[in-house]
Design a protein around this ligand. Structure first.
Ligand SMILES: [Zn+2]
Ligand SMILES: [Zn+2]
Length: 486
């Protein structure tokens, strides 16, 4: 572990009921952060309580004095110095403790590394703030030591998610338990529950199988289109929504719920006579309100024309300079075990991560690949600067000669063709069209590229008849000339 910050401080009676904040800037993501805090003395003795401190012994009861009762002064052991720790990262509060200990060790991290009182998950790059809440400091005061350690990320894990599913809480035929069982049986490592206009199914998440990352969500099912809200645990009322007030309404929701991830479901679906409003009719005047587009809906082949149109829409948005993540959504309504052609959205987080936060941040940033078979891998390497850019990364507009590292890894979904087969081929697609085409390498291959004028690059995998099997999200490139930006 790496020591990120060490402070020694002293608190006096004047610090009573104040918050003392210490901040450390994390220059990268951490798998785990450990906070070691100790102070002494644990308590003050009666004789150390000065006359100035005496009035603070009793609360100033605001609810009125009781004429028949008077509080007694506490005994000596009660003059304890009570200091509590809370932690915030760049995404908000990670937890607070209320443990009466003069020596405290708290951990926040992936999987089971997190200690009581804190929300699990990797600790993202950015400011990390440790707050000491001084409930009481008596006598001559106390001195403290605060140390913050970080454990670096060792490896990344690509986890397959199903991001669109329904249960008996709307028009699905399976219970939440059955849905969870199905996801696990098919090889998914993550599942978003997105029932139509309700979140009531989320209370039925089971506690079994903690290896399945569960994301609470809701599918906004309106008269004029369907939107998916992930990391959503409460009802979002759409009943006042019109074609006209759509953009403003969505903007207000986003301001109120910055933690939510918002996507457009099956944009070109025509639905059926019984399913009015499946196709997207709203006029979206601000694409920054949308994090992702469901480019593949249901099974790819089952919905081929609609999915091809959505892929073209996504490509056009990328060409216009929008940074929209593309995902697959099975829109599961019925048990699917045994069905072929299932796809997954692979999201990436530090190895061992089981809380949704890091995956959702990755989804928003575009660290995602979509596949119904093997998973394509892509990285751009700028040899002059020694810099690497992964999927969803943003590279500056300057460098034009780069190396693309391309490859595929085995997919995880059962019933799919999980490893490359004879004739499968890769294409590096970009805003300037195809930059390279080649066979799937064993491991990774390095491809020299001239990316002059290119605004984005992605890697797509096709089968021998030219059918799309998988694709990565884009690596984005800044405009070369000022004024070229969109
Ligand atoms: Zn829908
Ligand atoms: Zn749906």
């Amino acid at each position: 572990m790496e020591l990120l910050k060490r402070v020694e401080g002293r608190l006096t009676f004047e610090n009573n009921r104040t918050q003392i904040r210490h901040e450390v800037e994390l220059r990268r993501d951490f798998r785990m952060v450990e906070i070691r805090f100790r102070y002494e003395p644990w308590r003050a003795e009666e004789k150390e309580i000065s006359p100035a401190q005496r009035p603070a012994v009793f609360p100033k009861w605001s609810l009125g004095e009781d004429p028949d009762w008077r509080a007694e002064a506490p005994g000596e052991t009660e003059y304890r110095n009570v200091l509590m720790i809370s932690v915030d990262d760049s995404g908000g509060i990670r937890g607070m403790t209320h443990m009466h200990r003069a020596e405290q060790v708290h951990r926040i991290g992936v999987g089971g590394l997190t200690t009581e009182g804190f929300r699990p998950g990797m600790v993202p790059k950015g400011p990390l703030r440790v707050t000491i809440s001084a409930f009481s400091v008596w006598g001559k005061g106390c001195s403290y030591t605060l140390e913050v350690y970080g454990e670096p990320i060792e490896g990344l894990e690509w986890r397959p998610f199903e991001l669109h599913s329904h249960t008996v809480h709307s028009d699905g035929s399976q219970t939440v338990r059955e849905l969870e069982g199905q996801a696990l049986a098919l090889g998914y490592g993550g599942l978003a529950l997105t029932d139509h206009n309700t979140v009531s199914g989320q209370r039925e998440w089971s506690c079994a199988a903690p290896e399945l990352v569960r994301i609470g969500g809701m599918e906004w099912t309106t008269f004029h289109g369907h939107l998916l809200f992930l990391n959503c645990s409460d009802y979002l009322d759409w009943r006042g929504l019109t074609l006209k007030n759509f953009t403003e309404t969505l903007r207000r929701i986003r301001e109120r719920h910055p933690e939510m991830i918002v996507g457009i479901a099956h944009p070109f679906s025509t639905g059926s006579i019984g399913c009015a409003g499946c196709g997207f009719e709203f006029e979206l005047r601000d694409w920054t309100l949308i994090d992702y587009l469901e480019v593949w809906s249901q099974t790819y082949k089952g919905n081929q024309k609609v999915n091809e149109a959505a892929y073209r829409l996504w490509t056009r948005l990328l060409d216009e300079g929008r940074r929209i993540t593309a995902v697959a959504g099975g829109d599961w309504h019925v048990p699917l075990v045994g069905e072929s052609g299932l796809s997954a959205t692979y999201l990436c987080a530090p190895e061992g991560e089981r809380s949704p936060r890091a995956y959702l941040a990755g989804l928003r940033a575009g660290r995602a690949a979509v596949s119904m078979g093997p998973v394509p891998l892509l990285e751009l390497h700028d040899p002059a600067a020694g810099a690497d850019y992964g999927i969803g990364g943003r590279m500056p507009g300057g460098p034009t000669k780069v190396q693309a590292r391309v490859g595929v890894r085995e997919g995880s979904i059962f019933g799919a063709h999980r490893t490359p087969q004879a004739g499968d081929f890769l294409v590096l697609e970009s805003s300037r069209g195809a930059l390279w085409r080649g066979e799937c390498p064993d491991g990774t291959a390095s491809v020299p590229l001239d990316i002059s004028g290119v605004r984005w690059v992605r890697l797509a995998l096709y089968d021998k008849s030219g059918g799309l099997l998988a694709f990565t999200n884009a690596i984005y490139r800044e405009a070369e000339e000022p004024g070229d930006a969109t």
